[in-house]
Design a protein around this ligand. Structure first.
Ligand SMILES: C[S@@+](CC[C@H](N)C(=O)[O-])C[C@H]1O[C@@H](n2cnc3c(N)ncnc32)[C@H](O)[C@@H]1O
Length: 197
């Protein structure tokens, strides 16, 4: 397996103090509405999954995907404590497959928070997320400035564009390089071909 964040290291950043700089509900509110289907990719122990589930409830859900079972079992416990087990589906993936075949074109919002640099094949990963995304869907990518330099992040965005994504916003997120992406087809339509009056 390529380098992945060990479960015990999650406690270094997944703790109550983090809310001072990354408040999930406040941060994600611009893009998430009740009823939406969301993905939390590389969800870890679910720091953002819980906030996402609150934002897309009622009637929405979060499919929370991680490659490590230990992360998912911590998330299950957290979701239960928060009374959100019904809105969260923890899902194990592998390096080769995100296991999203049942979600083709169904996802409204996806989050890749501080995880993309751990993915060995960006092309395969971003292609699978694109397939799961509905035409007006959004993907928020945030990478830690501590581990990922500006040039590497720019290269990740270039890869995403080669896979059919387009950068539509550059939000400001503490300690992170970040971008909002959308499937190129729909983003091109909204920017280049405004609907006729
Ligand atoms: C640094 S942690 C971030 C966790 C969470 N997003 C957060 O911000 O608290 C990175 C997570 O990505 C997961 N991960 C790494 N490679 C992955 C892959 N190819 N597919 C899915 N998850 C992966 C790791 O297991 C780990 O839980």
């Amino acid at each position: 397996m390529a380098h992945v964040c060990p479960w015990w290291f999650c406690y270094a950043f997944d703790n109550p103090l983090r809310r001072l700089v990354h408040n999930p509900e406040v941060m994600l509110a611009p893009w998430v509405r009740p009823g939406m289907t969301c993905l939390d990719l590389g969800c870890g122990m679910g720091y953002f999954t819980i906030g996402l589930a609150r934002l897309c409830s009622p009637h929405g859900r979060v499919v929370a995907v991680d490659i490590q079972e230990k992360m998912l079992s911590a998330l299950r416990r957290r979701a239960k404590r928060a009374g959100l087990s019904g809105a969260i589906e923890p899902r194990r993936c592998s390096e080769a497959s995100l296991n999203l075949g049942d979600l083709a074109g169904a996802v409204d919002f996806s989050l890749c928070f501080w995880m993309l640099h751990e993915v060995p094949s960006l092309a395969g990963f971003l292609g699978q997320v694109l397939e799961a995304t509905q035409p007006q869907g959004r993907l928020l990518v945030a990478e830690p400035r501590l581990h990922v330099d500006r040039k590497t992040f720019a290269a990740e965005l270039t890869q995403a564009e080669a896979q059919g994504w387009r950068v539509v916003e550059r939000p400001t997120i503490w300690g992170s390089h970040s971008a909002i992406l959308s499937p190129r087809q729909s983003a091109a339509q909204s920017v280049d071909q405004p609907a006729a009056a």
